[in-house]
Write a protein that binds this ligand. Structure first.
Ligand code: SF4
Length: 163
């Protein structure tokens, strides 16, 4: 998977350095990432979805696991066998649990990698996503990064403080 560094966030000072030559715009009702990707679930993602009344066995694929080296990261979100789409994608290509979707879905096509108090933001260069570097996309400025990742930056800051 090809990825490009587009921003660096200082989690203590909230200073953001960004590469605004890259653009992104999510295309409404596209849903290609909901078919092409395997989504890892954190325990917190599973708990949030269970609060909606689903049982974990309905949406967790216990046969698909994610590892970084020998470290187990989590199980995958279930896909439908007939079209390989996420089980929460509806017939209009909308997510049925959008406000409760897992962190990896909220981030796509970005990847965050934390190094101590610094968060690096990469954009994946997936051919299937028409929004990556879309001509009408939003440049990845510090303001874009602050708005787009606002909730997740706060989650990371809370996690860092509670360690
Ligand atoms: S593939 Fe890209 S443009 Fe399409 S829904 Fe996913 S993020 Fe948006």
């Amino acid at each position: 998977m090809k990825k490009r560094l587009v921003a660096v966030i200082d989690l203590e000072t909230l200073e953001i350095k960004a590469n605004s030559s890259f653009k992104f715009k999510c295309i409404e009702n596209c849903g290609k990432c909901c078919m092409e990707l395997d989504i890892p679930l954190r325990d917190e993602d599973i708990a949030r979805i269970e609060e909606l009344g689903y049982n974990a066995w309905e949406f967790v694929d216990y046969e698909k696991m994610f590892y970084r080296g020998d470290k187990f990261l989590g199980y995958a979100l279930k896909k439908r066998p007939f079209d390989n789409a996420c089980i929460f994608l509806d017939e209009n290509k909308k997510c049925k649990i959008y406000p409760y979707r897992p962190r990896a879905c909220r981030l796509y096509p970005f990847i965050l990698i934390k190094h101590g108090p610094t968060l690096e933001v990469y954009i994946r260069e997936d051919d299937f996503c028409p929004g990556i570097n879309h001509p009408n996309g939003e440049p990845i400025t510090p303001e874009f990064v602050r708005d787009y990742f606002n909730e997740i930056i706060e989650e990371y800051r809370r996690e860092t403080r509670s360690i």
